[in-house]
Design a binder for this molecule. Sequence first.
Ligand code: PLP
Length: 400
Amino acid sequence: MPSIAERLNNVSVSASVAMTQKARELTAQGIQVISLSSGEPDFPTPPHAIEAAHAAALAGDTKYPPIEGTPALKQAIQGKFKRDNNLDYEPSQILVAGGGKQVIFNAMLATLNPGDEVVIPTPAWISYADIVKFAGGVPVAVPCSQDNQFKLKAEDLDAAITPKTKWLLLNYPSNPTGSACSRQEMAAIAEVMLQHPDVWIMTDDMYEHLIYDGFEFCTIAEVEPRLYDRVLTVNGVSKAYAMTGWRMGYCAGPKALIKAVSNVNTQNSGGVCTLTQAAATAVLNGPQDLLAERAAIYQQRRDFVLERLAGVAGLTCHKPEGAFYLFPNIGEFIGRTSAKGRRIGNDTDFCMALMEEHHVATVQGAAYGLSPFFRLSYATSVEMLEQGCARIAEFCAGLR
Ligand code: PLP
């Protein structure tokens, strides 16, 4: 048989996709699975986005789009950066792609030479390391401990940077921990980066609007304007506006970098679907009240789950500032055996046993580079969360 490319050897299937697959299999057998593994808002897309897409289709906006984004969408993104982040970007500094994921992928392809290093505060979104490897780079995980709310310490960052470092990748609020940085914490990171002028900084601000208890979101280019020329600010409509299926992400940064990423875009995409671009323009320009309304609902869910988990002996969980994930520590349970005789040697065993015995889908911390933890998504109804927490409690109580 003809062979598959070697570049795929190091690239793994995402663990959350694997867990979702397992959940589907059990569901197909008629089992009611409580899915707390998906990183997807359960809200609908705002109606005005759908109407804009419909109107665009009826108006014949169905030809090849400008690959870097329609002028209207780039203008909407320019307005968003000014409104939410007090950042000024010209349209030539803005680029659109098929989701935040494609933005990150193309940025890495555009900049990494073989062996270039990318510093990734860890635990981190599963895809970062794989994307870096795909692009020929070397992911360098910097452990961020629970003691420091899973946030990057300035001294650890400084120690991780070598002459081969090409990027620092930031993601606050974070997937999988929900941790976010205050201005002061971000300024400390920025201070280190000022000492390393040859390193780009990518900030993945996908969870910007999912932030609670009045915590103020901040992004590094705004916190430290002296870094503006080295920062690629990435964002999208997937999480904020519940538009995961529309596939649109965007970024802004220095012109030369945007041009390079745009060159990759023109070869691996024909641009983002015209109807999606119309829908994204509508949500970015439209009323923004839904962001705070939804954040309030997520906050209630977070507090609900935290309260339930606090009643589970052996679990400890920090209270995150944002996103829709919790990252409980299950260290107490390692080495125990489940009610049905499964040995819990690590967090993967824990999540698998929880899935097989109590039919709750979560994702093991190992997938994000930190054990022994698991990620739980509360982007689902309170009824589901209640059942999920009850099952988790029952499962943990049965671990001997
Ligand atoms: N960045 C982070 C941190 C994410 O968690 C995700 C999705 O889970 C993405 C990017 C991908 O976003 P998009 O749907 O826009 O590709």
